[in-house]
Design a protein around this ligand. Structure first.
Ligand SMILES: Cc1ncc(COP(=O)(O)O)c(C=O)c1O
Length: 399
């Protein structure tokens, strides 16, 4: 595709590799390429790099190396957390929020087939979990809870401290999917009332194919796979040391810059959101998820339900393709969809109470660093043009 400009507004899907991660990976690939379980000098060098990276990541996440369990990504981390913890408990009730990523939703379904009773914690129109309902649902036989920290599609940042405290008071194990929070805020794991926490490198400038599960000491976990007993027997498979080194470097850089850069990106996001919502009548845009002026929302995140001038919802997937013709990389929601139907309405917007046609008209813009004010200023007009192009092609050339 040839275009004047190419703007990447999809960092919630994945991020380009940070320089710090690239350098750490290149160095590890050169000096720590061997199998870290080997007992010769090459292996010892790899093991040393692995443990140094583990320490580094632990420090950036506010915990100690003992809590860190590396695996292939957040999907595996979430599955290990939920299936692994549940295997060590008597089947009971599992609570998940109505706005989970499919990784959590599908692991929960698996547990349902293993005798667990699955219950969904409802959310309000902005996507926040109902704490009163949670408190009621925490009664026995609830044994396990999973709530996403920051929602990828609608940007809602849940009150994780309050949710974790309720779980703790009830003596119930609590897992959070922190994938979208980790690039934007400090994790501070040891200060959190959270037992298990998942995140992944590729959303914060690290490589794809590496994720982590943070585990509070003493939380029992059964491995998903049998094999060479790496990671204290909880995750077999030779550790990908260069990926781990890149992950640790990326998280350290993200944690260092999150406050300053968060402020800068938030101000660009606020500017863009204002311009979009002020667009004249040819387009009717509604912010989905929380209003960042009054409620906690990811600082770089805009999600919209898009309707044309007559109020007809515009299919998000068509809009994303039309925007890319103008060089704008956006998303129609999450890159992954619940329920196995990538073409269907968003399960997240449905959970917020949107009707099906509107739940298929979502658009997500997630801003990364390096966008100029001038570039951002071109987006509202590009969106107008994209919707016009879709309307014209829908009415057909012979009409
Ligand atoms: C909230 C959330 N959880 C989990 C995942 C899965 O992460 P990974 O791609 O590392 O498996 C993603 C990625 O799309 C996500 O956004």
């Amino acid at each position: 595709v040839v275009s004047k400009q190419q703007l990447y507004l999809d960092v919630c899907a994945t991020t380009p590799l940070r320089l710090e991660a690239q350098q750490a990976m290149a160095e590890a690939q050169q000096q720590a390429w061997a199998n870290p379980s080997s007992l010769h000098g090459f292996g010892l060098a790899a093991a040393e790099c692995l443990e140094r990276s583990r320490e580094q990541l632990a420090q950036a996440a506010g915990t100690t190396a003992e809590a860190v369990l590396f695996c292939s990504g957040a999907t595996e981390s979430v599955n290990l957390a939920l299936l692994g913890a549940a295997a060590c408990l008597k089947p009971g009730r599992l609570l998940i929020s109505a706005v989970e990523h499919p990784a959590v939703a599908m692991a929960a379904q698996q547990l349902r087939h293993r005798g667990w009773q699955l219950e969904t914690i409802p959310v309000d129109r902005q996507g926040f979990v109902d704490l009163d309902r949670l408190q009621v649902l925490l009664a026995p036989p609830t044994r396990l809870v999973s709530v996403i920290w920051a929602q990828s599609e609608i940007g809602a940042v849940q009150p994780i401290q309050a949710i974790g405290s309720l779980c703790r008071q009830a003596g119930v194990l609590f897992h959070t999917d922190a994938v979208q929070w980790a690039p934007h805020g400090l994790i501070g794991f040891d200060q959190l009332p959270v037992d298990l926490l998942s995140f992944t490198a590729h959303k914060l400038g690290g490589p794809r194919g590496i994720g982590v599960l943070l585990r509070r000491p003493g939380v029992a976990l059964a491995p998903l796979l049998g094999g060479g007993s790496q990671e204290n027997g909880l995750r077999s498979g030779t550790e990908p040391v260069p990926l781990i080194a890149g992950f640790a470097a990326a998280l350290t850089a993200a944690a260092r810059e999150s406050a300053d850069q968060g402020r800068a990106i938030k101000s660009q996001r606020d500017q863009l959101l204002k311009a979009l919502l002020e667009l004249p009548g040819k387009l009717r845009l509604e912010l989905s998820g929380p209003d960042p002026a009054v409620q906690p929302r990811l600082p770089h995140h805009i999600s919209l339900v898009v309707r044309d001038g007559s109020g007809v919802p515009v299919p998000g997937r068509a809009l994303v393709r039309a925007l890319w013709q103008q060089g704008i990389a956006a998303s129609s929601g999450s890159a992954c969809r619940s329920g196995g139907d990538p073409l269907g309405p968003s399960a997240i917007l449905l959970a917020l109470g949107y009707p099906a046609a509107e739940a298929a008209a979502g658009l997500r813009l997630s801003l990364g660093p390096g966008l100029s004010g001038d570039q951002i200023a071109t987006i509202p007009e590009a969106l107008l043009e994209a919707v016009e192009r879709i309307s014209t092609s829908a009415s057909g050339p012979s009409a």
